[in-house]
Design a protein. Structure first.
Lengths: 222, 786
């Protein structure tokens, strides 16, 4: 199986391609995947409560404005990785997103997060002591890794996701932070939606038949 | 991007190429899985967010009986697809491992699982015993602004029409009661005239003690977007500490706690001195009133006899514009500057801003103004600024009070679950109002008692005294949220039971410090585990369907109330079939509202829309109340008509209100101000948001914000433990210095979400004289290095 496609990558991406080919497609050495054998998809999933939730911030707070690295093009930060640009470009009426932490929180890697390990702190007989996180069984929607559909082999694929909060396509589909299989072969053409359309699903207001109003629950005994 | 940068990236992340290979294999594997579900496989339905009063629309994705995802509802006019971090992580709050699943009875130190029949029989028996032995004033029910319309309506109907007791209260008393009394004293009808459309229509946004960036983030985003696209839009942040809101403010006005009363009067003084008032508007639409102003007579509700019963009643008399001028002579910029600490230049700027007839001005406030020993006065003064300048009931101008809970407006205010209220602005003290409720409820004349029940603070005091014997608490967590918690410590006997003659029932979805003192714990269904209706800050009523089953045997709060009522022989109050009672119950409630300018939308219409703003007449919502061309109850061609204020000749009342100092101020022994509040990541007492991993990790525990200079003087650095001590209690917290909030010298801030660090053991139970809402924002504290 060939993993790295050699299509019309533009010249800027050439060095990447060379390295991609160099590493070829044998199972990746564990050390190269965060030391834990994780795929990019699983790393991506770990940073989200479900597909569609804003990712948590995987690094510590640097005490800088987010946009100093997550700027229009993104920046490589030595020892950390590539800070991608923001994909939020022009969400209707909501594009003032300099308040990044309104939606993105640190993933428990900064100093604040050590708080759940503090010793029990009883303040009164009627209160419960400080305790670790109680656990949660929420199983969120996984990322749908199936690609967009093509009407015929030469047709442009449709977008398999909505565009809300993802107006800046190049944030994820171009540049060094872009995953190879969703990286565009033609970053020089910025009007993506000219050829690729979004498959927007809309909610309906129908009530699933299985759900009814609660009847009186049957007594179950003590 | 330069070639050099690319190479740097590759050296920093050597795994990039390998990732994509493994990832492709993963993609192929997952795509081949038969149970692989995608966005389109989920069943999506609309609902309002569960948390704050903004009322963002979300689409809820369900698969196989579980909520798997939410997304911002692009069709919702409130948020247009955006959510905040709490909203994006919404579904996880349903799935904390310690959800309450079964009814449980206290049994010594622990609890025993019982059946619903036993639980409901026990609740009914305790209510009946208390009624028989001690009368209707000894029973109580305490809910919240998170009660759906159904829960609140069932509670108020059962109590007032069945038990014949007005001891119905919501925690909204701690939250926006001062806004209710503010609007009622001025317009004789509750809730704002404007709506969220003002965020795009307005020019100047004046935030009075309101950290909107953290507390109403999505609405703040709308203002920021308006600022970005419309040059000249300004944000004014009047506050006692720097917050993320201040970062975006064009002017930051730092005031000494409690001095907002003086600042507002100072602005009024200058508006009159500069003749920047709308004479014609005042002549046509405004009357002047003045109430009791004697500090000794009013008090603070927490000292002397008032510490048991606080029943102060304001008495209004007519005043005039001339009297106002004399009254305001005391509030020159120099004198106001001395009280508030605000430079005179800023007072002049604020007066210029309010006085500029060419710009729309929106005043925004929430807890800073409402949780205030003179919160009603402060509400009055903000609205006064708009009445004097005629900047009210028009797009882009008006006093807009924000709410903190999802149905503070819909349930606490509109259904009327405060001790003195009935639905649609009616009160139990008026015979005609009681008669109307009795008629709709099909009850004999004289059923509803005319005396208001206890307000929340007195209700808990009565419970601890033993005057209230049986109390049911739903959808709220008072053993974290009541100020000066020492006063409601419930002592266990040697056997672990509370042998104090009281019986406390608590319905909730998780164990909390409140369920820990309960005699009977009932598991509740939450959010989309049941059908519901909420009403948000802009008068928008929003409905959602039941989408998943609740865990275990959990049931919805309204259902629990109806079952207990039925067991007490009060089934006639809830005559609807078990499998279809939501719509008929709502439609009965709607009868109170129709024809009174409070008309909520029909249920069928609510089901099909993203909510509608009342009054809804002929299926059409109202964006601006009292405004000609907008409000169908206004007959005039232009201008405004305050038609609800029958007692004021259908005009709005401008109240003259003086400055009074806070109940407790720093002194030598306790030299700091203590203010409390929320943080972006957690909602209220954290019982829901602290079960969401992402939110908990981001904000795992409470802290104390200290000014850097104060910290240096105390020898404390960021992260050190410090002890706070007030006259009521002490608490150890981690110091936060130069964090997201920055209090000025001599003051500290502590959030209240953390049940293991109860800041309300330190706060003072002083309260507003009219609304009886406690002041969580001002007391004196000492800071000690540990």
């Amino acid at each position: 199986m060939r993993c790295a496609r050699r299509t019309s990558l533009n010249r800027l991406l050439l060095p990447v391609t060379v390295l991609v080919l160099a590493t070829a497609c044998s199972p990746p050495p564990a050390s190269e995947i965060n030391g834990e054998g994780k795929t990019v998809a699983s790393v991506r999933a770990e940073r989200r409560a479900f597909d569609g939730a804003p990712p948590t911030i995987p690094h510590t707070s640097f005490g800088m404005a987010c946009v100093s690295c997550h700027n229009l093009e993104g920046v490589a930060v030595e020892g950390v990785g590539y800070a991608p640009p923001s994909p939020h470009d022009k969400t209707l009426g909501m594009s003032a997103v300099s308040r990044c932490q309104q939606c993105h929180v640190f993933a428990g890697t900064d100093q604040v997060s050590t708080g759940n390990k503090v010793a029990n702190h009883t303040v009164a007989s009627n209160t419960v002591a400080s305790r670790p996180f109680v656990g949660n069984t929420f199983a969120g929607l996984r990322q749908d890794l199936r690609p967009g559909r093509r009407l015929h082999p030469h047709a442009p694929p449709t977008m398999p996701h909505k565009t809300l909060m993802r107006e800046n396509c190049t944030a994820c589909h171009a540049g060094p932070a872009a995953r190879e299989e969703i990286r565009t072969s033609h970053p020089e053409r910025p009007r993506c939606t000219q050829c690729h359309v979004s498959v927007e699903t809309r909610s309906t207001f129908t009530v699933p038949a299985a759900i009814s109003n609660p009847a009186s629950p049957a007594p179950t005994g003590g | 991007m330069k070639r050099r940068d690319f190479l740097k990236v590759l050296s920093a992340a050597p795994g990039i190429a390998a990732f994509s290979c493994a990832d492709r294999q993963e993609a192929e594997r997952l795509a081949a899985e038969p149970d692989s579900i995608s966005d389109a496989d989920l069943s999506w339905q609309k609902a309002p967010c569960r948390y704050c009063g903004t009322g963002c629309g979300v689409e809820v994705g369900v698969h196989d009986g579980r909520v798997k995802a939410v997304r911002g509802d692009e069709a919702s006019p409130v948020n247009r697809g955006l959510l905040c971090v709490k909203g994006y992580h919404l579904p996880a709050f349903l799935y904390g491992e310690d959800r309450l699943r079964y009814p449980m009875k206290r049994d010594g130190e622990g609890y025993t699982r019982i059946s619903w029949d036993e639980a409901l029989d026990l609740a009914a028996k305790k209510y009946q015993e208390t009624l028989d032995q001690h009368g209707p004033e000894a029973v109580a029910i305490y809910g919240s602004g998170q009660w759906t319309v159904f829960d609140g309506y069932a509670a108020t109907k059962w109590f007032r029409g069945g038990l014949r007791s007005n001891n119905v209260e919501p925690n909204a008393r701690l939250c926006m009661a001062s806004a209710v009394t503010g609007f009622m004293t001025q317009f004789q009808s509750d809730e704002p005239m404007g709506c969220y459309d003002d965020f795009e229509a307005g020019d100047d946004f004046v935030m009075w003690g309101n950290n909107m960036a953290e507390m109403h983030p999505v609405l703040f985003s709308r203002i920021l977007e308006s600022k970005r696209t419309k040059p000249g839009v300004r944000i004014i942040d009047i506050a006692t500490r720097r917050t993320p809101t201040s970062d975006y403010a064009d002017m930051y006005v730092e005031i000494i706690p409690g001095s907002d009363l003086a600042l507002a009067n100072g602005i009024l003084h200058l508006l009159i001195a500069n003749r920047q008032i709308d004479q014609q508007f005042i002549a046509e639409n405004v009357i002047f009133k003045r109430g009791i102003e004697d500090l000794d007579e009013i008090g603070y509700g927490c000292y002397g006899e008032q510490a048991e019963h606080y029943t102060f009643k304001d008495k209004g008399r007519n005043a005039s514009l001339a009297e106002l001028e004399t009254f305001l002579a005391d509030y020159t910029p120099e004198k106001v500057s001395a009280i508030t600490g605000v430079p005179t230049g800023q007072i002049h700027s604020l007066a210029k801003l309010y006085g500029d007839a060419g710009r729309g001005t929106v005043s925004l406030w929430c807890m800073g103004v409402n949780q205030h020993v003179r919160g009603t006065w402060m509400n009055n003064l903000i609205t006064d600024l708009h009445l004097l300048t005629g900047k009210i009931s028009k797009p882009g101008s008006g006093p807009f009070s924000l709410t903190g809970q999802p149905s503070a407006c819909g349930t606490a205010r509109e259904v009327g679950t405060l001790a003195h209220r009935l639905p649609a602005d009616m009160v139990v003290t008026k015979e005609a109002h009681r008669a109307k409720a009795e008629e709709i409820w099909g009850l004999p004349e004289g059923t509803i008692p005319p005396k208001p029940g206890y307000h929340t603070m007195d209700m808990f005091r009565a419970l601890m005294r033993g005057d209230v014997k049986t109390m049911w608490i739903q959808t709220t967590n008072p053993w974290v949220s009541i100020p000066n918690l020492h006063r409601i410590d419930r002592q266990q006997g040697p056997d672990g039971n509370f042998n104090d003659g009281r019986f406390i029932i608590v319905s909730d979805i998780y164990p909390t410090p409140t369920t820990a003192i309960a005699d009977l714990v009932l598991p509740a269904a939450a959010w989309v585990e049941r059908e519901g209706v909420f009403g948000n800050s802009e008068r928008r009523t929003q409905q959602w369907n039941k989408m998943v089953e609740p865990p275990g045997e959990a049931t919805e709060d309204a259902w629990q109330i109806v079952q207990v009522a039925k067991r007490m022989g009060m089934g006639h109050l809830f005559p609807w079939p078990d499998d279809n009672w939501h719509e008929p119950m709502y439609e009965e409630y709607r009868r109170f509202t129709v024809g009174h300018g409070k008309d909520v939308a029909a249920y069928t219409q609510l089901k099909e829309t993203r909510g509608l703003r009342w009054p809804v007449v002929d299926g059409k919502e109202t964006r601006y109340r009292y405004a000609a061309g907008h409000d169908p109850y206004v007959q005039k061609d232009q201008g405004v008509h305050f038609y609800k204020a029958k007692g004021y000749g259908e005009k709005a009342a401008f109240w003259l209100r003086p400055y009074h100092p806070p109940a407790e101020a720093p002194d030598d022994e306790y030299p700091f101000w203590l203010s409390t509040g929320r943080v972006l990541e957690h909602w209220h007492t954290g019982s829901m948001t602290r079960r969401v991993e992402q939110l908990h990790q981001a904000m795992p525990e409470a802290f104390v914000e200290l000014n850097r200079a104060d910290a240096t003087e105390l020898g404390v650095t960021h992260g050190d433990s410090v002890r706070l001590r007030t006259r009521r209690g002490s608490l150890e917290l981690r110091a936060e210095i130069d964090g997201r909030g920055e209090p000025p010298r001599g003051s500290v801030f502590v959030p209240f979400f953390d049940e293991s660090k109860l800041i309300n053991r330190l706060t003072l139970d002083a309260m507003d004289n009219i609304s009886k809402e406690p002041d969580y924002k001002k007391c004196a504290v000492r800071v000690e290095r540990v």
